[in-house]
Design a protein around this ligand. Structure first.
Ligand SMILES: *[C@@H]1O[C@H](CO)[C@@H](O)[C@H](O)[C@H]1NC(C)=O
Ligand SMILES: *[C@@H]1O[C@H](CO)[C@@H](O)[C@H](O)[C@H]1NC(C)=O
Ligand SMILES: *[C@@H]1O[C@H](CO)[C@@H](O)[C@H](O)[C@H]1NC(C)=O
Ligand SMILES: *[C@@H]1O[C@H](CO)[C@@H](O)[C@H](O)[C@H]1NC(C)=O
Length: 525
């Protein structure tokens, strides 16, 4: 009997799935054109409706046999067009070249998504379509649920400072009407820390006697909702780790094309009103106002469809403190993230009228890590006729999208160690990054550049720089990050030229330059 019901449910679920894929159209989705072939292959009905629709501009993209890399039948040779390469030897962890590639792919590319999907476990099982359900990956790093109840009544009287708090929900404050495998869930609750997993919340899960359709909730949210625990809002490196994991989570949850729709909600797991110099980035994910918990303080809320995305400080997560295998570089997932964001914010490559290498020096308007002889260096760079040089300060007077516009049209990006270097994620594929000095934190941005597949250069000869003093940080800590520097100009120029030379040798750079000069001469005719 039970099995028959289950079978029937699967059939109903499948029919719903089919009708679901038909009801969403391509222009409701937020996808850069270069990603459309992947979507067509995942959701053949979208491709069919494009073929049938005279207006669909993407007909030529419906016949490409490509996949992101995590789909069940995805072949490496058809997978995302930007793939890792492993020029370095396979020392230490792995015995073969193949194993080295696979390890890197699983650590830092779409293989990471695949692993999350394969790990999904049913934690609370529905018996009827109107029931609730909950699925989570290992260690509760990613969860998704249907018809879940979240009880925020105990937030009344709690102050605003809830970031990183693990007791926002108490026992029984989250639940659903479904068959709950409590032991299974508790076994995965090992990573008990705010930004490592959803364990602090999920351990409070209970099975409810009544279905959520029976009016137990004060509010019901119909649209899919992503709940986010943020790492930081002021620091680009950390905040983009939030956005990166949200993007990765769209892929983990991509059983339905609506995963790339922006008709959804984002609920930030704190009671501060969200504000950030980088808030524009949310446009890549939602068209609606970002919520915080104030909205639901004192209420019992039911979510028809809720996603608890991957978090920014997971153990072996991406990209904060990720231990990466030696010898490999470039990740399709990072490439896709970059393209997704740039597309969403409508940031484009500008046509070039010459083949000069565009150099952007990011100047820091802060107390630490100023380049004391910056004037002199810029003057020297300006003398090189092969360069187009600009110095920028990315502060609050320059809107974030404008910053991205500058970065995306840069070939060599220069900056001192600091969160502003996170901009490298949005450089063109042929670009080089010159982290002038890493201030004794050598891995942070060299790894980020490695993941993004860019050339990375940093100061080599410590005898050719002058550190103002040993550095005095907040609270009296002494570290190379907390002081200013001046640099040998000749040596600086040599390292910049190393980057410029790399760019000039890139086929994609040359193709872009000739295509844009050609296009411009056409436009002038
Ligand atoms: C993978 O691709 C190759 C070449 O296109 C093909 O010969 C092979 O059959 C494919 N394998 C699978 C499992 O689809
Ligand atoms: C919500 O939580 C409060 C406080 O723990 C409790 O009194 C109330 O019964 C809960 N409501 C539901 C619907 O579970
Ligand atoms: C996540 O996946 C579920 C299950 O396939 C789907 O129903 C839901 O629409 C997805 N959620 C979002 C927010 O896209
Ligand atoms: C570093 O240089 C800036 C700009 O000249 C200055 O405002 C700041 O006080 C200097 N920092 C230290 C630690 O001396």
């Amino acid at each position: 009997m039970y099995n028959k019901v289950k079978m029937l449910l699967i059939v109903i679920g499948f029919l719903k799935y089919l009708s679901g894929t038909c009801s969403i159209s391509l222009n409701e989705l937020n996808i850069p054109p270069e990603h459309i072939p992947y979507i067509f292959n995942m959701f053949p009905n979208l491709a069919k409706s494009c073929v049938a629709n005279a207006e669909c501009p993407y007909k030529s993209l419906t016949k490409k046999n490509v996949c992101w890399g995590y789909e069940g039948n995805c072949n490496k040779s058809n997978s995302y067009h930007v793939r890792p390469r492993c020029p370095g030897d396979h020392r230490g962890w792995v015995k073969t070249k193949e194993a080295q590639y696979v390890t890197y792919y699983t650590q830092a590319d779409f293989g990471y998504i695949k692993e999350q999907i394969q790990e999904l476990m049913v934690m609370c099982e529905a018996s009827y379509p109107s029931d609730s359900s909950l699925e989570c990956s290992k260690y509760l790093r990613f969860c998704r649920g249907r018809n879940l109840m979240l009880n925020f009544t105990s937030l009344v009287g709690r102050g605003d400072n809830l970031r990183y708090k693990m007791d926002i929900l108490g026992p029984g404050h989250i639940g659903g009407h479904c068959n709950f495998f409590s032991e299974r869930l508790m076994q995965e609750a090992e990573h008990m820390s705010a930004l490592q997993s959803w364990a602090p919340e999920m351990v409070n899960f209970v099975s409810l006697e009544r279905s959520i359709s029976e009016g137990i909730c004060d509010v019901t949210i119909e649209k899919p909702t992503y709940i986010m625990k943020l790492d930081a809002t002021v620091n680009m490196y950390h905040h983009f780790c939030d956005f990166f994991n949200l993007y990765a989570s769209l892929h983990v949850n991509s059983t339905h094309p609506s995963t790339f729709s922006r008709d959804n909600h984002i609920l930030i797991w704190e009671t501060f009103t969200y504000e950030s110099a980088f808030k524009e980035a949310f446009k890549a994910f939602t068209e609606n106002t970002v919520w915080d918990l104030k909205k639901f303080r004192g209420k019992v809320v039911c979510f028809k469809n809720v996603v608890f995305p991957l978090l920014p400080r997971m153990i072996f997560g991406l990209y904060y403190n990720t231990p990466l295998i030696y010898g490999c570089e470039r990740s399709g997932l990072f490439h896709a993230f970059s393209k997704h964001l740039l597309h969403s914010l409508n940031v484009k490559l500008q046509l070039r009228s010459n083949n000069k290498v565009r150099i952007t020096l990011l100047s820091r308007g802060t107390t630490y890590r100023t380049i004391l002889n910056e004037e002199e260096i810029v003057k020297a760079l300006l003398k090189n006729k092969g360069y187009h040089v600009q110095r920028v300060v990315y502060d609050r007077t320059v809107p974030f999208t404008e910053q991205l516009e500058i970065t995306h049209n840069t070939d060599v990006f220069i900056g001192m160690h600091g969160a502003g270097l996170t901009h490298l994620l949005f450089l063109p594929d042929w670009a080089a990054v010159f982290e002038v000095y890493h201030c004794e934190d050598p891995n942070c941005y060299s790894d980020l550049a490695r993941l993004r597949g860019l050339k990375y250069v940093t100061w080599e000869d410590k005898n050719k720089l002058k550190q103002q003093d040993q550095g005095h940080g907040p609270g009296g800590v002494s570290h190379a990050k907390f002081t200013n520097y001046s640099f040998d100009v000749e040596e600086f120029l040599r390292l910049v030229e190393l980057c410029a030379e790399y760019v000039r040798n890139r086929q994609d750079f040359n193709n872009f330059v000739s295509a844009s000069t050609l296009k411009q001469s056409h436009e002038e005719l």
